[in-house]
Structures are given as C-alpha cells and as structure tokens.
Design a protein around this ligand. Structure first.
Ligand code: PMP
Ligand code: GLU
Length: 420
C-alpha cells in the first residue's frame, strides 16, 4: 500500500514535470499572437498543389511575372565579378542612396539627402523598421482598411495598437477626411497610407491627399507613412505622394523599393526616405538586426534607378491591358461586384452574394470558404479579403499572362455558377 502511494506520487511528479517542460518549449506570445501572412500562405498552397501535378493558376501572391530587365541583371553580375561580397554599410551603399535621392528629386520633386535614406531587405523590412522605431505600448496607428496584410501585424509586433478606418467599394475603398478626423485620438502616433493600394488598386488623387493632409496638419505629433511601392503601376498619370505637402514634410516617411516596378521581388531591396531622426533610428535597429541589405542586390537596384526607365513603362502598359481584361472578365460573373482599380495589379471584388450558397454539399460561409472553394474546384488561387480587413471581398492578382488570366476567369465563372 505504502509502495503504491509512493509510485503514484512519482508518476504525478513526472506528469507535472512533463507539463512544465511542454509549457516552456513554446513560442513566445509575440509569435503565437502573430497571424501568418495569408498572401504567402495561399501562394505556398498553390505551389504545393502544382508539385502534386495539379494545374493551379496562382492569382494569390502580388508579384510581377516579368523577368528582371537585362541591364539590371548585368549590373549584378558585374558586382559579383568586382567582389561586392563584403558587408555593405548598414543604411546601404552611398551610391545607391544618392541614386534614390536623384530619383526622388527627378520623379517626385522631393529633396532628400543620402543620410535620410535607409535601404533594407525589401520594403517589408522598411515598414517594420519604422514601426519598431517610432511606436510602442499605448500608441495607436491608423490603418485605412482594406490594408496590406502585414501592416497590423507589424504594428502589434511593435506593441502598439492598430486603429482601422474602413472604406468600401462604394467609395472606391478610399477613406475620407471626416473618417480620418474621427479616428484620431491623443494616442495616435502614426498613420500609414498606401497609394496605389494593395489590395484594392485604388489611387488617391492630389485633391484627396490634400484634404487628408489638411486634417493631419492640425496634429503635429502624428507621423505619416506613405507606402509608394506601386508608384509606377499607376494608370492615372503622375504619381501623387502625400510627401509633396510642405506642411507635413517634416514628419512624412516615403517607403518604396524596386520589387514591383522593376520586377525584382526576389532581390529584396526596399528603402525609406525619412526625417533624419527616423532614418537614424532605423539604421540603429537594422545594425542590430540584419545589417546592410545584400550587396549584389544593391548594385542591381542602383542600375535600376540610373538606367533607362523604358522597362518600367512597358511593364506598366502590360499591367494596364491586363487590368482592362480582368475587370471585363470579372464583371461578367454574376455575384461579383467589381470596381475599376487605377493602379497596382489587383482586383478586389465584393463576393458576399455567394455567402450561404452551396455546391456538392459544401457551403460557403465567408470569403475564406470561397477562396478555398476556388482553389479546390477551379484550381485558381486567390486571397480572402479577411486578411486585408475586408471580409466581404476577395483579392485576385492579375500579374500573370493574358492567357492564364483568361483561363483562370473561365474556371472561376464555372465554379461560381455552380453555387446555388
Ligand atoms: N508594401 C506593400 C503595399 C506591398 O504590397 C508589398 C509587397 N510585398 C510591400 C510593401 C513589400 O515589398 P517588398 O518587401 O517586396 O519590397
Ligand atoms: N505584397 C505582395 C502581396 O501582397 C507579396 C506578398 C507579401 O509580401 O505579402 O501579395
């Protein structure tokens, strides 16, 4: 009896010890509360289905299907031969930062010094650097919704709180000055604007930006982040940046990079042009985190900015043709409500008409169900709007060939018509 009691205590201790170890071998709260990037997850799912021999058309991830232009690739090859194999300066090579300053002056009429530029591993790191550098506990960041998937997660990583301001398809997914004013509180520390927008393709006009700037003028402690990664994929003419307004200049950060306009997503070069104190903070953070971005990629990016810009215009033209094609194809599908995006390479139709419908015993309750249905039934990968703060919509990227787009929309139409 005594022996049995001892055995029981040993077993109990062992179980408790095991539970304790299991509890310790867990990721941090920071990571467990972080959402997975839905854009990359859908793209990975589509790649996995392709390896299983399923002919999936990937309209999920947003990246140009073009190859990087030859003169840019050549600059990278030459950089390798010239032994650009050492650590680069943390904020990027001076020549690249000078080329970025020239681009900002020539294309955007903005004066920045190289000390105000920080080059990072893609604009994604640039955005994250800024949030980690300027916001923290008890701070709020205004994020117009629909938004790019990573903004709220990055804000949360920085311990701050995202505050969403929602716009819908009726107002072309753009927020109004009144909405902005209503969202501002004494805790607001930053706002991030993205024009042309991922996921909606909406572009703020100069007048619309001026109206938002007028509101922000009265709140001198709010920092304005302007994500302009789709600057050149714009079908309405000259790109408009909120940084053009003198009254906000001292506290506006421009975010941009080579991924989208030069078809260089894999090279991982993005940058900020910022007030010096913010650039210094990002530089300090990056120095402890990743060091300078890939040296060979930086030389390629420099060639992109200094070289002929005809490649940018050609790709933009192709994207515009595809925009017209997919808006036309999607508008012919009953149940999808489509607007006409003015930039980027996404359409973002409202799809709530399909919620509650079924096919083959499968019921569609929301946009995520619809995205899964389309990948399984039509073999077309899209991303549900939930990830972008718009649960009634679905994102389709048209950065793929005309032929693939035509096939994809034929399949989507058939699959959606089956839902009753
Ligand atoms: N901002 C937006 C709105 C984007 O769509 C992307 C694309 N991933 C990025 C930033 C980051 O771009 P990258 O890291 O490839 O430079
Ligand atoms: N920006 C692209 C997208 O939204 C690339 C994927 C990502 O970095 O999230 O699809």
């Amino acid at each position: 009896m005594h022996f049995q009691k001892k055995q029981k205590i040993i077993t109990l201790n062992f179980v408790l010890y095991y539970i304790l170890i299991l509890k310790m071998l867990q990721v941090s709260r920071r990571i467990s509360e972080l959402s997975t990037s839905e854009t990359l997850a859908m793209s990975a799912k589509s790649a996995e289905l392709r390896t299983r021999g399923i002919d999936v058309i990937n309209l999920s991830v947003g990246e140009p299907d073009f190859f990087t232009p030859d003169h840019i690739k050549l600059a990278a090859k030459q950089a390798i031969d010239k032994n650009y194999s050492f650590y680069s300066p943390v904020p990027g090579f001076l020549e690249l930062r000078q080329a970025i300053c020239q681009k900002l002056k020539g294309e955007n009429q903005l004066d920045f010094a190289p000390e105000q530029i920080v080059v990072s591993n893609g604009a994604k790191q640039s955005v994250c650097n800024i949030f980690l550098s300027i916001v923290g506990k008890n701070d709020e960041v205004i994020i117009p919704a629909p938004f790019w998937v990573s903004y709220p997660e990055m804000v949360k990583l920085a311990d701050a709180t995202p505050v969403f301001v929602s716009a819908n398809i009726e107002n072309d997914f753009k927020i109004t000055p009144v909405q902005l004013e209503e969202a501002i509180t004494p805790k607001t520390r930053a706002i991030i604007l993205c024009s042309p927008s991922n996921p909606t393709g909406s572009v703020y006009s100069q007048q619309e930006l001026a109206a938002l700037a007028q509101v922000l003028e009265h709140y001198p402690n709010i920092i304005i982040l302007s994500d302009e990664i789709y600057e050149h994929i714009n079908y309405v003419g000259k790109h408009q940046s909120i940084a053009q307004f003198e009254n906000l200049r001292e506290r506006t950060v421009v975010i941009n990079g080579v991924s989208k306009c030069y078809a260089m997503t894999g090279w991982r070069i993005g940058w900020i042009a910022a007030p010096k104190w913010i650039a210094d903070a990002c530089n300090k953070l990056q120095g402890q985190f990743t060091s300078g971005a890939c040296s060979v990629s930086q030389k390629a990016a420099q060639a992109a900015y200094e070289g002929d810009q005809i490649c940018v215009a050609e790709m933009r033209k192709a994207f515009e043709r595809r925009r017209d094609l997919v808006v036309d194809l999607a508008s012919k599908i009953d149940g999808l409500k489509v607007n006409r995006p003015q930039g980027a390479f996404y359409i973002f139709p409202e799809c709530k008409e399909f919620f509650g419908k079924s096919f083959g015993g499968r019921k569609i309750l929301n946009a995520s169900d619809l995205a899964m249905y389309l990948i399984d039934q039509a073999h077309v990968a899209c991303v549900a709007g939930d990830a972008f703060g718009a649960p009634e919509c679905i994102r389709m990227s048209y950065a793929t060939s005309d032929d693939k787009l035509k096939t994809a929309f034929k399949r989507i139409k058939i699959a959606l018509e089956q839902l009753k």
